[in-house]
Unconditional design. Structure first.
Length: 221
């Protein structure tokens, strides 16, 4: 599974990205300043860098320049404030592969990460499965036995978090932060609504409710 370097000095955002990517099976390391970002990105231990522009000691543009000058072609996705998108476009010219304006939806981040990893041809497993259910990460379709099921982007992400953590009880809060993000109202019932959607599409027994604890994906053959 791909290893992602997160260069982000805002703990709330760093933790959000880290948790979300780990829930999907990625390995992550977080650094909070530009000098460490260059060191870690040059270590050869990573497949992709998520690079914040406003970093202490050396900003993201300088980090990127340093990497490219040193012939390091690791895929880099810039994370930037929406107000600095114009600056970011010049960052793309200086060697970034893509950028994402904050605040972003986690599913958008994951889509970009997968796209860049694929272009880099370090292939991620094309499908994940558990107990008669499988998800095709390329077509974003679910397969239930021989049946093909179309899922919305959000439904797909929720299903993926379940499949990456098979047999585990996942709390509503965990699912909310993995799939919807750090700025979502914790009192929201959106998780329950989407679990209902998944049950309708994938089968009611596929996801069980553990009262007061959360939800669990079940193996059904
Ligand atoms: Ca920052």
């Amino acid at each position: 599974m791909a290893r992602i370097l997160i260069a982000e000095d805002e703990p709330r955002i760093a933790v959000f990205i880290e948790r979300g990517l780990r829930a999907l099976g990625f390995t992550t390391t977080t650094v909070g300043d530009g000098v460490s970002a260059v060191d870690y990105a040059n270590s050869g231990s990573f497949d992709l860098v998520l690079l914040d522009i406003g970093l202490p000691m050396m900003d993201g543009f300088a980090v990127l320049r340093r990497l490219r000058e040193g012939r390091n072609q690791i895929p880099v996705i810039i994370l930037t404030a929406r107000s600095s998108v114009a600056d970011t476009v010049s960052g793309l010219e200086s060697g970034a592969d893509d950028y994402l304006a904050k605040p972003f939806h986690f599913e958008e981040l994951v889509a970009r990460v997968r796209l860049r990893l694929r272009e880099d041809r370090s292939p991620e497993a094309g499908a994940i499965s558990y107990g008669g259910l499988s998800l095709d990460l390329r077509t974003r379709q679910a397969h239930v036995g021989a049946r093909v099921v179309d899922l919305s982007a959000r439904e797909f992400m929720l299903a993926e978090v379940f499949l990456r953590n098979p047999g585990q009880v996942l709390s509503r809060e965990q699912l909310l932060s993995h799939v919807w993000g750090y700025d979502f109202d914790p009192g929201s019932n959106v998780v329950d609504v989407y679990v209902r959607h998944l049950r309708r599409k994938l089968g009611a027994e596929r996801i069980s409710t553990l009262r007061g604890m959360g939800y669990r994906l079940e193996a059904l053959e």
